[in-house]
Design a protein around this ligand. Structure first.
Ligand code: NDP
Length: 247
């Protein structure tokens, strides 16, 4: 068991990649907090995780609101005693070409993806500094590395997460806190299901491994970053994309 006696907070943990991370971590012994805007799905996922034999708490949390995030962290400290691992997974898209992108759609994506990540890191950093240990994992995207037409807001938010991760890694390293990001490529979830067939076909042509990834592919790399096996890795972004982006 690689995460026995650890408590992991996963934002946007109710479905998709976040749900897979919760399940993979729970199978390695971690207690899980499923934090999501959608309380009902969060509860369903938490019950599913509890059936694996660990503790699971469903928490209604909108990552865009710092006060609510702080309240949520206090609730976790109260009910679970600590937070060892934070996975910043909550994310949205609101795609449009730059000329047609409304300022409201820009703000919405930056608020959830980037400010939400900042809010959660800021709120967990105090208890992590006190306990002199912590693992912070943020879900970026290959779009944050390479840009993508129609995704100016999303690309900027994910590139921001990568830079934020490097800064947090430098600020918190002396307190034994690791901060890393992962950059998934195209992963089979509700987010990619809604892409037009034509775009999906083009994407497959650009992936050397010629298939979409699964949420478990992402969850397994997060497990490595959450475990002691990665204790000498910080400030990095690991790409999980079937070879689509090669530096
Ligand atoms: P999903 O849309 O399937 O899941 C995202 C979850 O986040 C949902 O449960 C959603 O709730 C929740 N959420 C949305 N807004 C907030 C908020 N303000 N506060 C808390 N929770 C919120 O997405 P994926 O699983 O596909 O993506 C997960 C992460 O991985 C995202 O950061 C995404 O950008 C990233 N990613 C995904 C890729 C892919 O191919 N799927 C590729 C690269 C990166 P609700 O259901 O109510 O909206």
């Amino acid at each position: 068991m690689r995460l026995k006696n650890k408590v992991a907070l996963i934002t946007g943990g109710a479905r998709g990649i976040g749900r897979a991370i919760g399940i993979v971590f729970a199978k390695e012994g971690a207690d899980i907090v499923v934090a999501d805007v959608n309380q009902e799905t969060a509860q369903q996922t938490a019950s599913e995780i509890e059936a694996l034999g660990v503790k699971a708490l469903a928490l209604e949390m909108d990552v865009t609101n710092f006060e609510k995030v702080e309240e949520g962290i206090n609730k976790i400290l109260d009910k679970m005693g600590k937070v060892d691992i934070l996975v910043n997974n909550a994310g949205i898209t609101k795609d449009n070409l730059l000329l047609r992108m409304s300022p409201a759609d820009w703000d919405a994506v930056i608020n959830v993806n980037l400010k939400g990540t900042f809010n959660c890191i800021k709120a967990v950093s105090r208890p992590m500094i006190k306990q002199r240990s912590g693992k912070i994992i943020s879900i970026a995207s290959i779009i944050g590395l390479m840009g993508n037409p129609g995704q100016a807001n999303y690309a900027a938010s994910k590139a921001g997460i990568i830079a934020l991760t490097k800064t947090v890694a430098k600020e918190l390293a002396s307190r034994n806190i690791n901060a890393n990001a992962v950059a998934p490529g195209f992963i089979q979830t509700a987010m990619t299901d809604k892409l037009p067939e034509e775009i999906k076909k083009k994407m497959l042509e650009a992936i050397p491994l010629a298939k979409l990834g699964t949420p478990e592919d992402v969850a397994n790399v997060c497990l490595f970053l959450a475990s002691e096996e990665s204790s000498y890795i910080t400030g990095q972004t690991i790409t999980i994309d079937g070879g689509m982006v090669m530096a």
